[in-house]
Ligand binder design. Structure first.
Ligand code: NAI
Ligand code: MG
Length: 486
């Protein structure tokens, strides 16, 4: 069984404590690898290394140089894609086909920011004086990045690529459940020409490695993806050093189906919206709002199709749904299934999955609750598993009211053939991402982030890089006379 090390200043090392923890294969519950249990001293060393790398040259690397590093990373990831995809599936449980998609997306993300590096620039402003006024963009410095377990390497890339593009140095902490693909990526840094210390990888738990990174006075910005609870703690802790924070905190996204939607596409889109990646998706369409004329028919069609979803080990190419990532996540989803049974009616699923090949792993049945009240816990709280809540509505006004009646605002989707209705809904939905006649496609070119309690800031696109930069105003006086005030 492999034992990994952490990456500090371009050198693989043990945690100062010498401790390790186990990482599991969720399909079997077997231990897959051991990784260092890093603590505050390791975070200290990593932050110091990042600071040295930043001050010692990386801040002065040209945009062309940073871009080339990113292009090389993209190439290396494409070369290693089969191996990385397999490891991602082994460690996270997700179907191999989805891992392959994710890893390709990782490379695309590096390529995008490789290209963007030379297109980020400041501005010259028309001030009413004989002067040149400029807004220069500079890297923020050292970033701390805290990654979730649902898209392990992809979420890491969403943070690494824009930060490298912007010229920051960083300390990145993968989720304790899924650190392996990021550690493997770390092995490729040197050949890609990434100077030592620019990216430091520290494995550890939230309390002992994540929290010290957030509190560290040597860190200028924290980028976090995870739970609302921890997001709030990150913001509170970052206040002491007035760090910039970027938070992506998930949601309870509405997937809204009007009676005039293409029926086949609707059924497919509703299932895809919440069952992809075992439902462990921040933008999962976990509230399915269906207009009454098609409510019964659509529910029946969804149930029929949900029954055909093939659960199994993610390495099997025919698997459509793998296990949940951890024993804890399994317990959480099982708890919500029980809550749901007391709040609504079960159309399909509702239990831990059993059967050949499933008993040792952390599998749950794809679950559909219907006649759900939007005030029910299963309609308000993020479950982060394959659990759909179906809610009926009468008209557009009611759909909108239900859709927006949530503390979250990450994503929403609308399905209808009426283009006027679609645009009216687009304008009124309180969400950072709105899909029309689809749900989930995500592109590195387009902004990603939440309204309301789904977070702060935007990742991806030029917005993602801006979050790692600060703006310096420069005034160049061209008037050679004294100011003449006194
Ligand atoms: P979490 O928010 O505890 O973990 C996410 C990351 O934050 C991990 O890297 C973890 O080590 C780190 N972390 C935990 N506590 C920390 C702290 N005090 N300071 C700094 N970093 C800390 O999420 P968890 O417990 O794994 O999952 C619980 C729920 O959170 C899920 O059921 C889901 O609802 C939500 N979640 C949302 C995600 C999203 O994509 N928005 C991703 C993961 C979880
Ligand atoms: Mg947690």
């Amino acid at each position: 069984m492999p034992t990994y090390q952490i990456l500090i200043d371009g050198t693989w090392a043990e945690a100062v404590s010498g401790k390790h923890f186990d990482v599991f294969d969720p399909a079997t519950g077997d231990v897959l690898a051991r990784v260092p249990d890093a603590g505050p001293e390791d975070v200290d060393r990593a932050v110091a290394a990042a600071r040295r790398a930043f001050e010692g040259g990386w801040r002065d690397a040209t945009a062309q140089e940073r871009g080339r590093v990113l292009f090389r990373l993209a190439e290396a990831v494409r070369r290693e894609a089969p191996r990385l995809a397999e490891l991602e599936t082994r460690n996270s449980g997700k179907p191999i086909v989805e891992s392959e998609f994710d890893i390709a997306d990782v490379a695309t993300c590096f390529e995008y920011y490789g290209g963007l590096a030379t297109k980020l620039h400041g501005e010259v402003l028309p001030v009413p004086d004989n002067a040149i006024s400029m807004a220069l963009k500079e890297p923020l410095g050292v970033a701390g990045q805290i990654i979730p377990w649902n898209y392990p390497l992809l979420m890491a890339a969403w943070k690494l690529a824009p930060a490298i593009c912007a010229g920051c140095a960083m300390v990145i902490k993968p989720a304790e459940q899924t650190p392996l693909t990021l550690l493997e990526l770390g092995r490729l840094f040197e050949e890609c020409g990434l100077p030592r210390g620019v990216v430091n990888v520290v494995t550890g738990f939230g309390e002992t490695a994540g929290a010290p990174l957030v509190a560290h006075p040597g860190v200028d910005k924290i980028a976090f993806t995870g739970s609302v609870e921890v997001g709030k703690a990150v913001m509170r802790s970052a206040a002491d050093t007035l760090k910039k924070v970027g938070l992506e905190l998930g949601g309870k996204s509405p997937n809204i189906f009007f009676a005039d939607a293409d029926f086949e596409a609707a059924v497919d889109g509703a299932l895809f919206g919440v069952f992809i990646n075992q439902g462990e998706v921040c933008s999962a369409g976990s509230r399915v709002l269906v207009q009454r004329p098609i409510y019964k028919k659509m529910l029946e069609a969804m149930v029929a199709k949900a029954k055909t979803i093939k659960l199994g080990n993610g390495l099997d190419r025919t698997t459509k749904m793998g296990p949940l990532v951890s024993k804890e996540q399994l317990a959480r989803v099982l708890r919500y299934q029980e809550v749901g049974k007391g709040e609504a009616k079960v159309a399909v699923g509702g239990s831990r999955a059993s059967g050949a090949g499933l008993d040792r792993g952390w599998f749950v049945e794809p679950t559909i609750f219907y006649d759900v009240d939007n005030q029910a816990r299963i309609a308000r709280e993020e479950i982060f598993g394959p659990v759909m809540s179906v809610i009926p509505f009468d008209d557009e006004a009611e759909a909108l009211r239900l859709a927006n009646d949530t503390p979250y605002g990450l994503a929403a989707a609308v399905w209808s053939r009426d283009v006027f209705r679609c645009f009216r809904m687009v304008k009124r939905l309180q969400a950072g991402i709105v899909w029309v006649n689809h749900m989930q496609p995500t592109y590195v070119e387009a902004p990603w982030g939440g309204y309301k309690m789904s977070g702060i800031g935007r990742e991806l696109g030029p917005w993602g890089a801006e979050e790692y930069m600060q703006i310096k105003q420069v005034h160049i006086n061209l008037n050679e006379q004294p100011i003449g005030w006194y």
